[in-house]
Design a protein around this ligand. Structure first.
Ligand SMILES: Cc1ncc(C[n+]2csc(CCOP(=O)(O)OP(=O)(O)O)c2C)c(N)n1
Ligand SMILES: [Mg+2]
Length: 594
């Protein structure tokens, strides 16, 4: 049978239907045998698009499609909830650079995708979602399990549509892949009424797309690139501000070439982490609300800010009016609608980051900028990310440092949302793209575990660790059963502070410590893990942390470690909402720590 067995994917022989010309001799039977059901057309088009792995969940109106998938050479992963499946497909895409594919049923199945689609949309992740729909004649009748899927998902997809005629099926699916994976990438949803999956159509071999209004621009304007190069060559205090677009464009090598050749410091957004090796001297690590003081000071004092594949999100800029006040701004981005959306841009360059960087590198010159780098070194020395190493309790940052140490910085890390996410960004140092997978734009609690599963499916040989919050984990922990079923040896490190920690931090700082509703009683995670067939470890003593990490790494099964950390630890530094980047709280606390 087709499916996973003992950690291996067993394929039942799948044959692409023979070409029309080689079929039966009489004209009539020739025509007859080249008729394909819509569901088969979908599967054949997916294979033509190079799909090897899909995620999805059953339901009545996708049964024709699932029947055709039964024999298809496609690895199929069934989550326990469609949201989980969507995050898996999303992380599969982030970890591999390919398009993630999710297929679900109509009504509740499609509705359960909304959070996953919005997560992918905000982080520009290429996804194709196929949703079953009730028969075309029933649409609008409040039929059983009918939901207006295209209406509901329009704001959370880059593009969506419904196929009402089987003759449009193959082309629409091809278009979905093209739109998802070009320009500013994103999720595309195709709604598939069940009668269209059953209807037969004489397929043609044409691969033509019909997208007259969609022309993603990739080549940067040569004059704009030259202006950007001149601005870089003239600047005394430049900073590169790098976002997820650099990873998406596979432009890390070109970014490094630019930073090396022109001698430029590099600050990254949460989404940009991994685009530039954080072990290099030029790295300023993450900037923004919980970014490094040295990145934030550098941005506030720079004379030139070169944004690449980043969108001036409020978590990065702080108070807009006071953002990078002395800087001329260059913005390289594939999405023209991002240019000057939040911040006035002096030199926009629209196009593909990789192509633009290749051209830019040719035109820049090396400059010493000794004063600027000296100043940065001083900030780095004075304000490193810090926590109290002498504390008797388990500090969350210590757990993450220990994971970093024992994995030699080489694991793929996924996260929940909140303090766990920020500490992971601060204390795990990333060296390569697609190594850090986190919900940046939407900030979706529950992303970490399904994301680890999707990443492990994409990268079976790599070590994948979800550093999660207790309450983030609570949201999708049912997916542990999925990891167990498919024998995916993911690790989950729960930074268990009992609280919705980041919310508690805000309540402590801005609501007079009135911890309204931010504490929940947690289950015993070791028991939960074991009940679901995974390994489970509980750690409540600081001295046991290294041993537990070691045990976790040696475990062949999916493994959950419940780190009972200090409950009221805060993430520092912190730019309070609405303050400017250099108005960071917590620097005094960091400085007072030995
Ligand atoms: C689905 C969802 N609901 C609510 C929030 C708002 N929120 C942001 S962080 C946070 C607390 C997260 O708690 P936990 O996962 O335990 O992480 P911690 O901050 O304690 O590390 C909440 C409720 C969110 N980001 N996502
Ligand atoms: Mg928590």
């Amino acid at each position: 049978m087709t499916g996973w067995n003992n950690g291996k994917f067993i394929r039942k022989g799948y044959k692409m239907p023979p070409k029309r010309s080689s079929q039966a001799s009489s004209a009539k039977s020739k025509e007859q045998s080249s008729l394909k059901a819509g569901a088969q057309i979908i599967v054949d088009t997916l294979i033509e698009q190079g799909v090897e792995t899909m995620f999805g969940y059953l339901g009545g109106v996708v049964l024709p499609l699932f029947d055709r998938l039964y024999d298809a050479p496609i690895n199929f992963i069934i989550p326990r909830h469609e949201q989980g499946g969507c995050h898996m497909a999303d992380a599969y895409a982030r970890a591999s650079g390919r398009v993630g594919v999710i297929v679900v049923t109509s009504g509740p199945g499609a509705c359960n995708l909304v959070t996953g689609l919005a997560t992918a949309m905000m982080d520009s992740v290429p996804l194709v979602a196929l949703t079953g729909q009730v028969r075309t004649e029933l649409i609008g009748n409040d039929a059983f399990q009918e939901a207006d899927t295209t209406g509901i998902t329009r704001p959370v997809t880059k593009h969506n549509c419904i196929v009402k005629d089987v003759k449009d099926l193959a082309r629409t699916i091809r278009e979905a892949f093209y739109i998802a994976s070009t320009g500013r990438k994103g999720p595309v949803l195709v709604d598939l009424p069940v009668d269209v999956q059953v209807a037969k159509y004489q397929t043609d071999d044409s691969k033509e797309l019909n997208l007259p209004g969609y022309r993603p621009w990739t080549k940067g304007h040569a004059r704009q690139i030259s202006s950007a190069a001149r601005a870089i060559n003239a600047s005394e205090r430049p900073v590169l501000y790098v976002g997820g677009g650099v990873i998406s464009a596979e432009a890390s090598a070109e970014l490094r070439a630019l930073a090396d050749k022109a001698h430029l410091p590099v600050a990254m957004t949460l989404m940009g982490l991994g685009a530039f090796d954080q072990h290099r001297d030029e790295s300023l690590d993450m900037l923004g609300m919980h970014g490094s003081a040295y990145a934030n000071y550098a941005v506030q004092e720079c004379d030139l800010l070169v944004a690449i594949g980043a969108r001036f999100d409020d978590r990065v800029t702080g108070k807009l009016k006071a953002f990078a006040p002395q800087a001329k701004i260059v913005h390289i981005d594939i999405d023209p609608s991002s240019i000057s959306k939040n911040v006035h841009v002096d030199i926009p360059v629209v196009g593909d980051a990789k192509e633009i960087l290749i051209a830019l590198v040719n035109e820049v010159e090396y400059k010493e900028r000794a004063d600027w780098f000296r100043k940065i070194a001083q900030w780095k020395k004075k304000f490193p990310f810090k926590y109290d190493k002498d504390s008797g309790s388990i500090k969350p940052q210590y757990v993450i440092e220990e994971i970093y140490k024992q994995t030699k910085g080489d694991a793929i890390i996924t996260t929940g949302v909140g303090q766990n996410q920020m500490w992971s960004a601060q204390f795990y140092k990333f060296s390569r793209p697609r190594q850090f997978l986190s919900s940046g734009g939407l900030g979706t609690m529950g992303y970490g575990l399904p994301a680890a599963i999707g990443a492990q499916v994409a990268r079976p040989k790599e070590l994948v660790i979800d550093i999660d919050g207790d309450h983030s984990f609570n949201m999708t922990m049912t997916e542990l059963a999925t990891a167990v079923q498919y024998k995916l040896p993911i690790k989950v490190c729960i930074i268990n502070n009992g609280y919705m920690g980041m919310v508690r931090q805000w309540q402590e700082l801005f609501y007079g410590k009135r911890y309204s509703c931010s504490y929940l009683q947690n289950p015993n995670y070791e028991d939960v893990a074991k009940a679901l067939g995974a390994a489970g470890i509980t750690v409540d003593k600081k001295a046991d942390v290294p041993k537990a990490v070691k045990q976790m790494l040696a475990e062949k099964k999916p493994c959950v470690v419940d780190f009972r950390v200090e409950r009221e630890e805060n993430v520092w530094p912190m730019v309070p909402a609405g303050a400017s980047l250099n108005e960071m709280d917590g620097l005094d606390i960091m400085e007072s720590i030995a």
